[in-house]
Ligand binder design. Structure first.
Ligand SMILES: *[C@@H]1O[C@H](CO)[C@@H](O)[C@H](O)[C@H]1NC(C)=O
Ligand SMILES: *[C@@H]1O[C@H](CO)[C@@H](O)[C@H](O)[C@H]1NC(C)=O
Ligand SMILES: *[C@@H]1O[C@H](CO)[C@@H](O)[C@H](O)[C@H]1NC(C)=O
Ligand SMILES: *[C@@H]1O[C@H](CO)[C@@H](O)[C@H](O)[C@H]1NC(C)=O
Ligand SMILES: *[C@@H]1O[C@H](CO)[C@@H](O)[C@H](O)[C@H]1NC(C)=O
Length: 942
């Protein structure tokens, strides 16, 4: 009878009369306790423990108390929740030996837990509750405790030094609290400690030297604190150590060279410290499962037998300075789940370093110096979700087998030297969210199959050599947030379908060969923040619909041929000059041009248009003039006063005259024939519109459509007007025929004859057709163009200047006869007005004087013709040759001939030589020194 101090007896909340009896007995017979039965004494002790526990219960919040509702009465060993008792003590007493209340939503402090009365407690588990406040010093009274778990609470303050009194402690868990200060060195007195976790607190200082006393330790987890100093050498003497986690601290110095030699570590986690030097050389790796040393400054080689255990699941050594090759044992390490080796200096050929892993989920080898090919083995890893080998020195093609890794969510292969096409098999990667193939040497077209990747969020194909159209199927990847196709050789128009990507935040199409208008539908990209369209050949104005892009903050449209006012929205207002420069004629904000000045100029030229809009459009909605009866035009033209200036009334009268020809029906038939402007009918993009091929009435027409966003109307109609005016007055075998037009707020289009031969540029760029296009045909084409221009300059009632002649708008028919098209920018040259005008023309064909004077004359066309003629002879744009050409005395003209053709016969050579001579005379700097087109035309037909 040793365990009930008298003073505690008096403190008992004594309510029952039987208790009074017992106390009386104890008090009166203090020296002769044998009078009390053993059972009675045991009851007393339990009552004492009970009162202590009830006191703690009453200090907790209501919810906790109701959870502990079974804690009533005086015997905790009788069905109290969480309480365990033992009757195995020497005298056979009932004592509380364990309190297990993990994850019980307890809220309160440990302040009222009377540890003195719980001295038999061996196990205390209060983990996963909401206990707050400090760990009281009195915890040191629990000197029987072997298992103490206070983890995952909100405890604060220091770890009390009295914890050193718990010399029986085997298991101590204080992790996931907010404990601060340093680890008390007294803890080292718990020499039998097996398991210690102090992770995720705010502890600082160093590891106390007293830890040297832990001879049985199996696990030390101190990760996620702010402990500094070096890893103690004596850790290497822990012969039972299996798990060591010192991650996310401030440890520095080298890893003890003997660490893990005597013991076989299962987990070694030293990530995110400041460790230097090599990994210990002869670590016993026979049990290794997790090896995590990422984000230090470790160097040397990774252990080649890292996976000798056959149980390695995680190999994380990223962000260090490891060199050498991928450890040999990795190849058939079938247990691997996560591999992070990125950002090191690993070398070697990895074509064959990796095997097939049934469990592998994630592997990152990016930012190393690995070479070799992307192994087809990756395709056979059934659980792979992320494969990252960017920024290495990989070569070869993407293996078709990659398409078998159907769980793949991320594929990063940027910045390597991969070649070949994107395999169609990638369409099977239905989980793919991120595809980075940028900065390689991939080529070919984008397979339309990519459109079926409907989980794709990021597609980066930038800086490769992709060609062809931008696949409109990409518009079906509705989750796309980022699309980067920049720095390739994509051509054609920006597909309208991209406007379906309403989650798109980033769009970069810069540095390609895109042509045509900006589709107004792009305004529907409500989430778009960054749009880069720079360095293409985009034309027309910026659709006013762009103001609907509410998220847009950054734009770059530089180096295109855009014109007109910038949309009034922040992204354009705040765009720096560099993002707008080198366009045709943009006005507003940072462009340096005032739109009001521009508009005034336009107004003067748009009188015709206004009449059209106010009279014709409202009354008819749409009018179409289809010159199926071309004769009627001829009839009209012939009747016309040859010297008369064309007045608005006259032009206006024409549509009305011809309108009576079943116009409506034809309009609808055309719209039907091209399925309401379905992009699949697009055949190209001319100077001022997208060109569709319409087959109707067993004939084929080219329909050139102007887009009609509100603000653009004036601008487009302006070019529309010019074209109608010019073309309806011109009938010439070398000039594209206009059959009719439709003026409508939604669909404004022109109907032309369709020329099957395509443009001169297309022919010259096509190896096969360029060879067919022999010297005779070439001479004929150049003559044709000269005739067309001569006619326009000299045989019309007013000289008509094309202003934008290039190989792009010289079209060929099936007999290789040239037809000049795209008079969109041509204007009737009013003889007595000065011809200061806005800049038109295609870069590379524009006469030098236009760049600084903006003065348009027929001689500008003569210059462009000179470029074109040389282009036909050389088979490519003369480029630099222009700047050195004027005295080409040194060069034999034979040298510049298109090498794809056989040498011309003597007869043809003479004609070609003459043509080169004429062309060069057209290219003289001084416009007045250039010949007229009539002279050119006559000169060539000699
Ligand atoms: C005490 O020991 C007896 C007999 O061994 C056993 O039946 C009883 O369950 C034990 N009581 C407790 C509370 O462990
Ligand atoms: C190791 O334990 C012994 C016995 O408890 C103690 O005397 C000694 O001070 C401890 N060593 C350290 C470094 O604390
Ligand atoms: C490695 O550790 C295991 C398990 O602890 C042990 O059986 C084996 O002998 C050790 N190997 C070496 C080379 O020390
Ligand atoms: C790895 O492969 C080699 C040769 O195929 C074999 O000898 C070795 O036992 C394999 N190791 C494991 C861990 O499977
Ligand atoms: C890239 O790999 C090739 C071999 O495929 C090698 O010749 C070349 O030196 C490597 N380049 C770099 C920068 O490592």
């Amino acid at each position: 009878m040793k365990s009930i101090p008298l003073h505690q007896l008096f403190l008992l909340p004594i309510m029952r009369s039987s208790m009074f009896l017992t106390i009386a007995l104890v008090l009166t017979s203090f020296s002769n306790l044998s009078l009390a039965t053993a059972e009675e004494v045991s009851n007393l002790r339990i009552t004492n423990e009970a009162s202590s526990l009830l006191k703690w219960k009453s200090s907790l919040d209501k919810q906790s108390q109701s959870f502990l509702s079974s804690w009533v009465g005086s015997n905790p060993c009788y069905d109290w929740i969480g309480i365990g008792c033992s009757n195995t003590t020497t005298d056979g007493e009932n004592v509380v030996t364990s309190i297990r209340l993990s994850n019980s939503s307890l809220r309160g402090t440990l302040g009222d837990l009377d540890s003195l009365s719980l001295r038999n407690l061996e196990s205390l588990d209060l983990s996963l509750n909401s206990l707050s406040g400090i760990i009281p010093q009195r915890i040191g009274n629990l000197n029987s405790v072997k298992f103490l778990n206070l983890s995952c609470n909100q405890l604060t303050g220091l770890i009390p030094s009295s914890i050193g009194n718990l010399t029986n402690l085997h298991y101590l868990y204080l992790d996931n609290n907010t404990l601060s200060g340093s680890i008390p060195s007294e803890l080292g007195r718990a020499r039998d400690l097996i398991d210690l976790t102090l992770s995720k607190n705010l502890l600082n200082g160093t590891i106390p030297f007293s830890f040297i006393n832990f001879s049985r330790i199996e696990r030390i987890e101190i990760n996620d604190n702010n402990i500094s100093g070096s890893i103690p050498e004596y850790f290497a003497n822990y012969t039972h150590l299996e798990r060591l986690n010192l991650g996310k601290n401030n440890f520095s110095g080298v890893i003890p060279s003997e660490l893990g030699k005597r013991s076989a570590l299962v987990h070694l986690k030293l990530f995110m410290n400041n460790l230097i030097g090599p990994i210990p050389r002869d670590m016993n790796l026979t049990k290794m499962e997790v090896f995590a040393v990422s984000r230090n400054m470790l160097s040397g080689q990774l252990p080649h037998n890292i996976c000798v255990s056959g149980r390695l699941t995680q190999l994380c050594a990223c962000y260090n300075r490891f060199s050498g090759s991928v450890p040999k044992s990795v190849k058939n390490c079938s247990s691997l789940v996560r591999v992070r080796l990125q950002n090191n200096q690993l070398t070697g050929n990895i074509s064959d370093d990796f095997g097939i892993y049934q469990e592998l989920d994630y592997i990152n080898l990016s930012y190393n110096k690995l070479y070799g090919e992307v192994s087809s083995n990756w395709g056979f890893c059934p659980k792979l979700t992320s494969l990252q080998i960017s920024n290495n020195n990989l070569s070869g093609k993407l293996p078709i087998e990659l398409g078998r890794a159907t769980g793949l969510g991320e594929l990063y292969l940027s910045s390597n030297h991969l070649v070949g096409k994107i395999p169609k098999s990638l369409e099977r990667l239905s989980s793919l969210m991120k595809l980075y193939l940028d900065d390689n040497s991939l080529s070919g077209t984008i397979p339309s199959e990519l459109g079926s990747l409907d989980n794709l969020e990021v597609l980066n194909l930038a800086k490769n050599s992709f060609t062809g159209l931008i696949q409109e199927k990409l518009g079906e990847c509705l989750k796309l947030r980022s699309l980067n196709l920049s720095g390739n050789r994509f051509e054609g128009v920006i597909p309208v379908h991209l406007s379906k990507l309403d989650k798109l935040e980033f769009l970069d199409l810069s540095e390609n060969s895109l042509i045509g208008y900006l589709p107004p539908q792009l305004g529907g990209l409500k989430a778009l923040e960054t749009m880069n369209l720079s360095h293409n050949s985009l034309i027309g104005s910026i659709p006013a619909t762009f103001i609907q892009m509410l998220s847009l903050t950054t734009v770059d449209i530089s180096f295109n041929q855009l014109e007109g006012p910038l949309p009034s929205m922040r992204a354009f207002e705040e765009a720096p000059m560099e993002a707008l420069r080198n366009n045709k004629l943009l006005c507003g904000y940072n462009t340096g041009l005032d739109c009001r000045v521009e508009r005034r100029n336009q107004d003067n030229e748009n009188k015709f248009l206004k009449v059209m809009l106010t009279i014709v459009v409202p009354s008819l909605g749409c009018m179409l003039l289809l010159v199926v009866i071309i004769s009627s035009i001829f009839f009209y033209l012939h009747k016309r006063n040859p010297n008369g200036t064309s007045r608005p009334q006259e032009i206006e009268a024409k549509p009305f005259t011809i309108w009576s020809y079943d116009g409506k029906m034809v309009y609808e038939n055309i719209i039907n024939a091209i399925d309401d402007f379905d992009p699949k009918h697009i055949v190209g993009v001319g100077g001022f519109g997208t060109v569709y091929k319409a087959e109707l009435l067993s004939e084929v027409f080219a329909v050139k459509k102007f887009h009609a966003s509100e603000d653009d109307k004036m601008h487009n109609f302006k070019s529309f007007e010019a074209e109608i005016r010019t073309l309806t007055e011109i009938r010439h075998q070398n000039i594209v025929k206009l059959y009719g037009f439709c003026l409508h707020p939604r669909h404004s289009f022109l109907v032309y004859e369709f020329l099957v031969g395509g443009s001169l540029r297309m022919v010259l760029n096509d190896m096969k057709r360029a060879v067919e296009f022999d010297w005779e045909k070439r001479l004929m084409v150049v003559n044709g163009v000269a005739n067309a221009l001569s006619y326009m300059h000299h045989d019309c009632s007013q000289p008509i200047i094309h202003r934008d002649l290039s190989s792009n708008n010289v079209l060929l028919d099936s007999d290789w006869v040239a037809h000049v098209s795209d008079f969109g920018t041509a204007r009737v040259l009013d003889q007595d007005s000065s011809n200061w005008t806005s800049f038109a023309g295609t870069v590379g064909y524009v006469a030098p004087e236009l760049a600084y004077t903006m003065e348009v004359s027929e001689k500008c066309d003569v210059y462009s013709f000179g470029v074109l003629a040389l282009e036909v002879i050389m088979g490519k744009h003369p480029g630099d040759f222009l700047t050195v050409s004027p005295d080409m005395k040194g060069t034999s003209f034979i040298e510049i001939l298109d090498q794809r053709l056989p040498s011309p016969s003597e007869q043809l050579a003479k004609q070609l030589e003459l043509l080169v001579e004429v062309a060069l005379s057209c290219l003289q700097k001084n416009p007045h020194s250039r010949p007229s087109m009539r002279e050119v035309s006559l000169g060539l037909s000699v």
